[in-house]
Design a protein around this ligand. Sequence first.
Ligand code: KYN
Ligand code: ZN
Ligand code: ZN
Length: 220
Amino acid sequence: MTTHFTKPQYIDISQPLRPNIPVWPGDTEYHAQSKWKIDEHCPVNVSFFSCSTHTGTHADAPFHYDPEGLAISEVPVDIYIGPCQVIDLSNAVFNNNSIDLLLCQSLIDLDKPSIERVLFKTYKVFPVETWDNDFISLHFEVIEWLASHGCRLVGVDSPSLDHQASKTLDAHNAIKRNKMAILEGLVFDNVPAGEYQLIAPPLKLNGLDSSPVRALLQPR
Ligand SMILES: Nc1ccccc1C(=O)C[C@H](N)C(=O)O
Ligand SMILES: [Zn+2]
Ligand SMILES: [Zn+2]
């Protein structure tokens, strides 16, 4: 019998949520436990879990950086689904640990619908088991430039757009000014640069500042 290994239709660019997943220093650790277990009296397994809204691969809501901002349940979901470009900077030499315009301008195709969603790959291999205090940030000049060319969403494999010690959140504030959306904690191992269909809707978490997402890419 011949088995046909069909090429996977979707590429999973999400971190698995699990105990001991690295989280932002001082933030809530992921926790899960069983509530009911299958046995002679109970037909089902049911668990519950708790975690920071910014655990793993997630979508920040405007409410995260703006007290008047929309909660994640209020952000139009269409922004997280549609054509995107993956920009591979895993071999780049960064100035100040930041993705600046000089570094990425020539790699981004402005004239395609995929300009609407731009995702940046900075790791050759994603640090699945360890927290990287020196993750690469996204310079706000890139966000302003992308917004001026019709970009509506930026995504990174770092845990934040701004560097870990930032207090001014220049990148998040550029997102706020341009009413854009954010994905953080994406995983691009073995994902080549190029155009894809992005599917990464957040959970409809009323009133909250972020949501984990199951982010997928569909090769075009
Ligand atoms: N969990 C946190 C706790 C405190 C401060 C920031 C965070 C973050 O996770 C950063 C967030 N992903 C951000 O991009 O703003
Ligand atoms: Zn976040
Ligand atoms: Zn963020």
